[in-house]
Design a protein around this ligand. Structure first.
Ligand code: GRF
Length: 198
């Protein structure tokens, strides 16, 4: 990537605290080499919609329930995302599994944040799985997305300690605090050209 400002599209499904961290990072200058051009959700009730609106970022809702299958939903997503001409597509708590067609279309410009130290604990219950396994540390990972869920090349990770007796909510809060730093920093590293797909 060159150093001209990059266009970022963020996909999210719920509370949108990572989306909010990205929007704040634009304001503080942590993200200086790109701007969010579109915040897109599959969930009409997603709390993150209000974060985007407050920041003046265009939003779109494409509800997966309106489509008969994954491929038709993903094609609708791709149409809306491509209309924004993104250099980088960020999955920030986007809770739908994406088709191989989608992943291949955005290969090299699609990243995800995941609440474990991948390859440990992939999947939708990463924090519960880590606690059930009795780990004394876990963390978060930002990785390139490939068609295999949570298995693409790791870009960056942050570690979080787990104390005996920690609740899932406590560990989740600790991980989120790290994600809110790591994801914007990684977005800037990609948009500035400091990190490239490999
Ligand atoms: C994050 O922990 C992310 O790693 C996971 O879902 C959570 C989303 O949180 N995939 P939020 O919606 O950004 O607050």
């Amino acid at each position: 990537m060159t150093t001209s400002s990059k266009t970022i599209v963020v996909l999210f499904s719920g509370r949108g605290s990572n989306l909010n961290a990205i929007l704040e990072a634009q304001e503080t200058g942590t993200i200086a080499s790109g701007r969010v051009g579109l915040a897109l959700t599959n969930n009409p009730q997603a709390g993150g919609l209000s974060h985007a609106s407050a920041a003046g970022v265009p939003t779109a809702v494409i509800n997966h329930r309106d489509f008969p299958n994954r491929v038709s939903f993903d094609r609708a997503l791709m149409g809306r995302i491509d209309a924004a001409a993104p250099d980088l597509v960020v999955l920030a708590g986007f809770m739908r599994i994406l088709s191989a067609e989608f992943c291949e279309h955005y290969a090299g410009r699609l990243i995800n944040t995941h609440p474990s130290l991948l390859p440990a604990f992939p999947g939708a219950h990463a924090i519960a799985d880590a606690l059930a396994a009795g780990v004394d540390e876990t963390g978060c990972t930002v990785h390139w997305v490939t068609a295999e869920v949570d298995a693409g090349p790791v870009i960056a990770q942050r570690r979080v300690s787990v104390q005996p007796g920690d609740t899932q909510a406590e560990v989740e809060k600790r991980i989120l605090a790290q994600e809110h730093q790591l994801l914007p920093e990684t977005i800037e590293a990609i948009c500035s050209g400091a990190v490239a797909y490999r």
